[in-house]
Design a protein around this ligand. Structure first.
Ligand code: MN
Length: 348
């Protein structure tokens, strides 16, 4: 359960947030575990923004940074140690527990205030100041808005970071939530110095061989039953092709791209015995975040994640049954899915 503060946990307007930022002199920024393009791009974009406002800023991630994001200016500044600062800013985390920091270090020198900026439907008002906008296509869009309201000129480095965040979190401007405003932001970012072709080359055309081989293994396992498709990789298969956990990112998007499929799940074994990691995808009508939350995970309506306990075969059967029932026309996922009977751990 999230911890709720009695008075201060209300949502804050963008201009009030700018005032809060102005009043602090040092910041530490982090985002969720297993950080992706939006987590890293938004964190570094916000770092550039705050530095333009004359602030001292650290960015902390204890998990590995995907190599496809190494090109972002400021990447080399990311540290694994949580420093003392006036304010900690959590990007797309629903709790401090979900963030990519060392909890012991955080508690040894806690910041004076906490700020939470999120666009997940599962977002929670856990911080002193919370700005949660589930309509935002990416947290990168929210940081962009912050820069505009703060009156800070978008530097080429900031533009690259925010463009990368928006590009990756909208599935290259394809997912629901991509609007005219998203393209207007992208246009401004390109005018501010981003080169879309260069970013695409870095983000999408620099895959490791192991990632593409792992995709091949996963695609060879695809099964389809009614409107549900699923696939998996075992630890042994990951080892065989030399794949890391990060190499599994994006596999689920291939499963939902099959004609007639309304819901998809990609499952992988983890180092923890009997802990299976699930990536859920759906078309617009089905809300998989409801299902993920029931198993202790969360995310977006059409893209969510959670972990479940059991063997690969057991978990596969359970989630395929749940997704099949949720896909029945007229039944909302919230009613179609029963509460979990097995403990699950939060890894999303
Ligand atoms: Mn995001």
């Amino acid at each position: 359960m999230a911890v709720f503060f009695p008075v201060m946990n209300r949502q804050i307007s963008i201009s009030a947030l700018v005032d809060v930022l102005q009043a602090q002199s040092s910041f530490v920024i982090t985002s969720h575990i297993r950080p992706d393009g939006d987590a890293i791009g938004s964190a570094l974009g916000l770092m550039h923004l705050l530095e333009a406002m004359g602030k001292r800023v650290s960015v902390v991630f204890i998990d590995p940074i995907p190599p496809s994001l190494d090109f972002l200016v400021g990447r080399e500044r990311i540290s694994r140690t949580f420093p003392a600062a006036d304010a900690a800013i959590f990007l797309e985390c629903d709790s401090i527990e979900r963030s990519c920091i060392d909890r012991g270090e955080y508690e040894a020198s806690p910041p004076r205030i906490t700020i939470n900026i999120d666009h997940h439907r599962s977002g929670r008002e856990f911080a002193d100041f919370n700005w949660i906008d589930p309509e935002a296509a990416a947290v990168g869009c929210m940081i962009y808005e912050l820069a505009i309201v703060a009156g800070v000129e978008i530097s080429p480095a900031m533009a690259d970071c925010l463009y990368t965040a928006i590009l990756t979190d909208t599935g290259s401007f394809n997912y629901p939530g991509t609007t005219a405003a998203t393209f207007a932001m992208a246009e401004h970012l390109v005018r501010s110095g981003t080169d879309p072709h260069r970013i695409a080359a870095e983000v999408y055309f620099s895959n490791s061989a192991s990632k593409v081989r792992l995709l091949g293994v996963a695609l060879s396992h695809i099964q389809i039953e009614g409107a549900v498709s699923w696939s998996h990789v075992t630890l042994e298969e990951m080892e065989r092709v030399g794949a890391s956990v990060e190499d599994c990112e994006g596999v689920a998007n291939h499963l939902i791209g099959i004609e007639g499929v309304e819901a998809a799940v990609f499952l992988r074994e983890t180092q923890e015995p009997d802990q299976i990691r699930l990536s859920l995808r759906s078309r617009r009508t089905l809300d998989v975040s409801v299902i993920a939350e029931r198993f202790g995970g969360g995310g977006h309506k059409t893209a969510s994640g959670c972990s479940m306990e059991g063997t690969l075969a057991e978990v596969t059967r359970r989630i395929v049954d749940d997704l099949s029932r949720a896909c029945v026309p007229g039944i909302h996922a919230a009613e179609a899915v029963e509460a979990p009977t097995l403990p699950s751990i939060l890894l999303a």
